[in-house]
Structure formats: structure tokens, C-alpha cells
Design a protein. Structure first.
Length: 316
């Protein structure tokens, strides 16, 4: 118990320091802040949910003592609670009995975890922008005006007011896209660290089989219907739609991994897809992965065109 407590304290301290590093003003500190949930996730997956709870409370208390209530609330919403809940889902399982009579455990599917990640990312983005859209948009306009005023030298080539309005409109869904991607990478990194250490209590899932629940697709279409009106409802719908579309983009990569299995050039195609995501034209491959993920959800591409599994051996 003392060892678990020390690990929880260390994880909480590391997470708080990573989150607080943004105060240094260094760009690399932003990367550390985005990875702040990883220590708490590792504690939750490797040493249990209670370890993550203790570490999260310690980290939140440290942020509260140093930066005040607002930053502590942001830390609790964006780091502590997601790390605890996602760590809980990774360890979630129920006993099951196979047709042969052997007892086992049915673990929580990765696709369901991905859906939770998208919902949590949407909530974090909505919390970040708040309910007072007028004040939030005005603050974004002032910030963007200063940034673009210092970076754009030729005002004749760029319509700065129109660009600012476009960026203000796109900021909430883009925040949801970034948060969904970062949270997914955080969970994957934490699970991999735990597996390498030998403390992962569930078998490593085959990630290329990841599928979102069936009701996610009609829910996405229903949310998209609310994206067009202005105001708070439209902003929240755009945030939720962006998070779910990002989740489908991630399943699109899983589809790509499956469909390219028979190809000798598979490393080339996968490497090209991931390399394009790191360039300035990343929206194009992102859109392609979204289409691939949606098509798989609608038509089950992996089952129709994926490699065929050999028939099971007869049971003597």
C-alpha cells in the first residue's frame, strides 16, 4: 500500500509539473502539457484506479495551490478526470464462458474506449470555450488580430478580417479534433508503457479491428443536423461532430492497416499515410481517413475486402 501511495504521489507530481510547464512560455512546454494525463493513466492502468485517484487529487491540489482555482478546475476537467475514467475503462472486463466451457474475461472493446475519448474531448473543448460566446469570440478576435498583425506582412494579399472570422468559426471544432487525437495518443502511450513494464492486466488488443459502436453513425448524422444554426447549440454540435469525425478518422487508419495486409507494399502505403498527416496538407489525408472510416461503418469494408481468416481446426 505504501508503494502504491508513493507511485500515486510521483504520478500526480509529474502530471502537475507537465501541466504547469506552459507558464514558462517555451513552445516545447505545450507538448508536455498535452502529455500531462500520461503519468496518471500509467498509474491507473498499471496500479489500479485508486492509485490514479490519489495521484489526481494530489496533482489538482498542487495546481490549486500554485495557480489558483481556475487553472485547478481546468486541470481537473482536462487531465485528472479523463485519466481516471479512461484508465478505468482500459481495466474494465467481465467474466465470460466460451462455447468450449473455458472461463475467461471479456475486456472493454477499444472502439468503445475511442468513443468515450471523443465524448470527453468534446466536453473539454466545450468547457474551454464556455457558454458566453460573445466574450469568447471577442477574445479570440483580439488574439488573432495581434498574431496575424505580427505575421502577415502584405495585407493586400490576405483579407485579414475575413480570415479572423473564419478562424474564430473553426476554433471550437479544431480544438475538438486536437483533443480527440491527443487523448487517443495519451491512452495508447500509457497502455504501451504499461505493457512494456509487464504490468498490463489485459491482453494487448488488435487495434486494426477497432470499431465504433453501431449507434455512433446515426448519432453523428443527428448531431450534424444541428451544426448549421448559429449560437451556442450550433457551436456545441460542431464540437461534437468534429470529435466523432476524428474518431472515425482513427478507425479509418485501422481499416487501412487491415486492407493493406496482403500487399507487399504495405509499409510504403502506411508510411505515406502517416507522413502526410505530419505535413501542412494534413486535412486531405484526414478527410480520406474519415471517408474510409465512415464507409467501413456503413458497409463493413474490413469484412468484405479484408484478408480471409482460415477456418478453425476441428475439435477432436
Amino acid at each position: 500500500m505504501i508503494g502504491t501511495l508513493l507511485i500515486a504521489l510521483a504520478a500526480g507530481a509529474a502530471s502537475a509539473v507537465m501541466f504547469a510547464s506552459t507558464g514558462s512560455g517555451v513552445m516545447t512546454a505545450l507538448v508536455l502539457a498535452l502529455l500531462a494525463p500520461v503519468p496518471l493513466l500509467v498509474a491507473a492502468i498499471a496500479w489500479g484506479r485508486l492509485c490514479a485517484v490519489i495521484g489526481g487529487l494530489v496533482a489538482t491540489a498542487c495546481v490549486l495551490a500554485i495557480f489558483g482555482f481556475d487553472r485547478a478546475l481546468a486541470f481537473a476537467v482536462s487531465v485528472t478526470l479523463p485519466a481516471w475514467w479512461l484508465g478505468h475503462l482500459v481495466l474494465l472486463g467481465r467474466p465470460t464462458t466460451s462455447p468450449s466451457g473455458q472461463d475467461g474475461i471479456e475486456w472493454y472493446p477499444p472502439g468503445h474506449i475511442l468513443l468515450w475519448i471523443a465524448m470527453i474531448a468534446a466536453l473539454i473543448a466545450a468547457f474551454s470555450f464556455g457558454t458566453d460566446m460573445t466574450a469568447t469570440n471577442q477574445g479570440l478576435r483580439r488574439l488573432l488580430s495581434r498574431v496575424l498583425g505580427n505575421t502577415v506582412t502584405s495585407t493586400d494579399a490576405v483579407d485579414i478580417p475575413r480570415l479572423i472570422e473564419l478562424l474564430v468559426f473553426m476554433a471550437p471544432p479544431m480544438a475538438a479534433v486536437i483533443m480527440t487525437t491527443i487523448l487517443s495518443l495519451n491512452v495508447l502511450a500509457a497502455a504501451k508503457i504499461t505493457a512494456i513494464s509487464g504490468r498490463l492486466m489485459r491482453p494487448w488488443p488488435r487495434l486494426r479491428d477497432t470499431k465504433l459502436p453501431l449507434m455512433t453513425l446515426p448519432a453523428l448524422f443527428a448531431i450534424i443536423a444541428f451544426c448549421f444554426p448559429g449560437g451556442l447549440i450550433g457551436m456545441l454540435a460542431r464540437i461534437a461532430a468534429a470529435a466523432l469525425l476524428t474518431a472515425y478518422a482513427l478507425t479509418g487508419f485501422a481499416v487501412l492497416h487491415t486492407l493493406t495486409l496482403p500487399l507487399r507494399t504495405r509499409p510504403l502505403w502506411l508510411g505515406l499515410a502517416y507522413a502526410l498527416m505530419l505535413t501542412f496538407i494534413w486535412p486531405i489525408p484526414m478527410l480520406a481517413m474519415i471517408v474510409l472510416g465512415l464507409a467501413d461503418a456503413a458497409f463493413d469494408l474490413r469484412h468484405r475486402f479484408g484478408p480471409r481468416q482460415p477456418p478453425p481446426l476441428p475439435v477432436p
